[in-house]
Design a binder for this molecule. Structure first.
Ligand SMILES: Cc1cc2nc3c(=O)[nH]c(=O)nc-3n(C[C@H](O)[C@H](O)[C@H](O)COP(=O)(O)OP(=O)(O)OC[C@H]3O[C@@H](n4cnc5c(N)ncnc54)[C@H](O)[C@@H]3O)c2cc1C
Length: 552
């Protein structure tokens, strides 16, 4: 008799996600929850069933670039995978961008929208990337306030009709820099008819199949540096369908996100329109980054949940040394530690979403707006790092099977690795956090948030995690109070990760108290305690010895 291992299975990924359901029950009172749950459950059934099967079946398919038509004309069309085409239809029909702007639930619409995205994302091969940029483009165009651009693009970017819906790219990174775009080489020049035209190279242009993009370029004659850059609106095709002065040189051959076409582009006179004046492009694209970084955190926590759902199911099916590995104390201990990480990450990502929603509808207090400025980089950088760590551990939970491509599991790790890189690396966001904390009211707002959450966690069993989190936050505060110059900069990453983890523990502790009060059990309490035991304090004042490590 030959043995064949049962593969891991998912089931309805909404129904089985206790934390998501608790969080939504906390956020949406009574009938509002009943109004949104059927759609989430429908998407959970799709994500855990047919879409996941399609994802596995299409494992070998990748987008392709068709540069020429049969008669030698340059066309630069990108052929997408079938799952991506399906994801585009689902995203439009279920309003994955529109929900945030229709605002049926006022300031809670962001939570609603990103819950839909969270459920669908792990089964749609990183289609969240174009959705995030599309969402960011809507916000940026609305904030920019140009009525012509708003009227032309926003109804399409937020359309629920798949035939009408557009997506947007975001063209910032060039060969000279992605973290530091101040030396951007793309220039904008007016032609004889007064139309702005862009000339340059964009080095990482994801979702290159999008109908439009927001691009940084320097209007000719503007000063060097980031203030001299302007933000431009570009449609990728002309009315007759031919490229708008844009050549797709090649698609990147990437470690992961392989279904996502990321292109190197030459802009050769692409017609464009300024979004908000002819300077301050980096400042004007900030709303885009606020939105995409929030999506990044949501995608990170969704990916962690997918990896752990599969690992937990597998642990019940896989037998070693006479029992399912789920029953081996050491394996169970490992899984519990990982689950605590994902629960903290989830609550941090959705806290960023909730604050964003309140800021967008004008419901946020000044304190909440200052808090949002700190929580967005914190959520992005903390969850991005956790996503890689959890994906790596989850792969190991499958033993050799985790390393074999046709199980579909290695993709989890490859796709996670992008999360700490794009939309700002961990270092870049740690420095952004320090800038945020130096702004008026932000450090106070973060401290008040930590204290508020701590005070909500009344159960004595929550004292240890609360104290661990507050002690970590205090170490971070003390470091920032004492260190300056290069020492402060070198310690930024440890400070940021400590504050991120402290916030996660306290969000979990507050959530655990709510679960206890509602008679919803002690899972969240165990998660808060475990996350704190995994460690919070990563503040590590740099030492002069560190330089010796790098000396040759
Ligand atoms: C799959 C993928 C898709 C992408 N899609 C897009 C897209 O659609 N549009 C777009 O505009 N960009 C896109 N990017 C680019 C991405 O945003 C950049 O790669 C990223 O911002 C980093 O920029 P860089 O590659 O130039 O790295 P660099 O800026 O050269 O960074 C190299 C290293 O230096 C560190 N570093 C940089 N500055 C500092 C500092 N001051 N202090 C300490 N450390 C520092 C960084 O943390 C990093 O580890 C994509 C990237 C990937 C991988």
């Amino acid at each position: 008799m030959a043995f064949f291992q049962d593969p891991p299975r998912l089931g309805n990924t909404y129904e089985s996600d206790a934390l998501l359901r608790e969080h939504l029950a906390r956020t949406f009172p009574g009938n509002d929850l009943a109004g949104i749950e059927p759609e989430l459950s429908h998407l959970g059934a799709l994500a855990g069933g047919p879409l996941h099967e399609q994802q596995l079946a299409e494992r070998d398919l990748e987008p392709t670039l068709v540069q020429w038509d049969a008669w030698g004309r340059r066309v630069d069309r990108i052929r997408l995978t079938p799952l991506w085409r399906e994801a585009a239809t689902l995203a439009a029909r279920h309003g994955l961008v529109a929900t945030a702007y229709e605002r049926r639930h006022g300031p809670r619409s962001r939570t609603h929208q990103l819950a839909l995205a969270y459920v669908l994302d792990p089964s749609t091969d990183v289609y969240s990337c174009p959705l995030a940029m599309t969402d960011g483009a809507v916000r940026t165009l609305l904030d920019g306030g140009d009525p012509v651009l708003v009227e032309r693009a926003v109804p399409r970017l937020t359309s629920r009709d798949p035939a009408r819906a557009w997506t947007s790219g975001q063209w910032m990174t060039e060969r000279i820099g992605g973290s530091d775009v101040s030396a951007t080489e793309t220039v904008a020049r007016r032609d004889a008819a007064g139309t702005w035209r862009l000339f340059g190279t964009k080095w990482f242009s994801s979702a290159a199949s999008a109908e439009m993009a927001l691009a940084l370029a320097r209007p000719e004659g503007n000063p060097a540096g980031s203030r001299g850059l302007a933000l431009f609106y570009v449609e990728t095709r002309l009315a007759d369908g031919t490229p708008n002065g844009i050549l797709v040189n090649r698609l990147k051959d990437k470690l992961g996100t392989r279904k996502l076409p990321t292109a190197e582009l030459t802009l050769d006179g692409a017609a464009a329109a300024p979004v908000a004046g002819l300077t301050d492009g980096v400042r004007n694209i900030a709303p885009m980054l606020e939105v995409t970084r929030t999506w990044n955190a949501i995608a990170a926590t969704a990916g962690m949940h997918r990896a752990l759902s599969l690992a937990r199911d597998y642990a019940r099916r896989r037998v070693a040394f006479g029992t399912p590995i789920a029953a081996r104390p050491l394996h169970a201990e490992l899984l519990a530690g990982l689950e605590a990480e994902r629960e903290g990450a989830f609550l941090l990502a959705f806290r960023a979403a909730a604050l964003l929603g309140r800021a967008e509808t004008g419901d946020a207090t000044a304190m909440e707006r200052a808090l949002l400025r700190a929580v967005t980089p914190l959520a992005k950088l903390t969850t991005g790092r956790q996503a890689v760590q959890i994906a790596s551990e989850a792969i190991e939970c499958f033993g050799g099977a985790g390393y074999v491509e046709d199980t579909g599991l290695p993709r989890l790790l490859r796709d996670a690795q992008v999360l700490p890189i794009w939309e700002g690396t961990t270092n870049v966001l740690a420095l952004d956090l320090l800038r945020a904390l130096a702004m008026e009211g932000a450090a106070e707002a973060l401290a008040a948030e930590l204290m508020r959450l701590a005070s909500e966690a009344r159960d004595p069993a929550l004292r240890p995690p609360v104290e661990t989190a507050l002690a970590g936050a205090e170490r971070a505060r003390a470091f920032l109070g004492e260190a300056d110059g290069a020492v402060r900069e070198a310690g930024a990453r440890g400070v940021a990760l400590t504050l991120g983890r402290a916030l996660e523990v306290l969000l979990l502790a507050s959530h655990a108290q709510w679960c206890l009060d509602q008679g919803r059990g002690r899972r969240a309490l165990a998660a808060a305690r475990r996350l704190a035991r995994n460690g919070v304090d990563l503040v590590s004042p740099p030492s002069v010895e560190d330089a010796e490590l790098l000396a040759r």
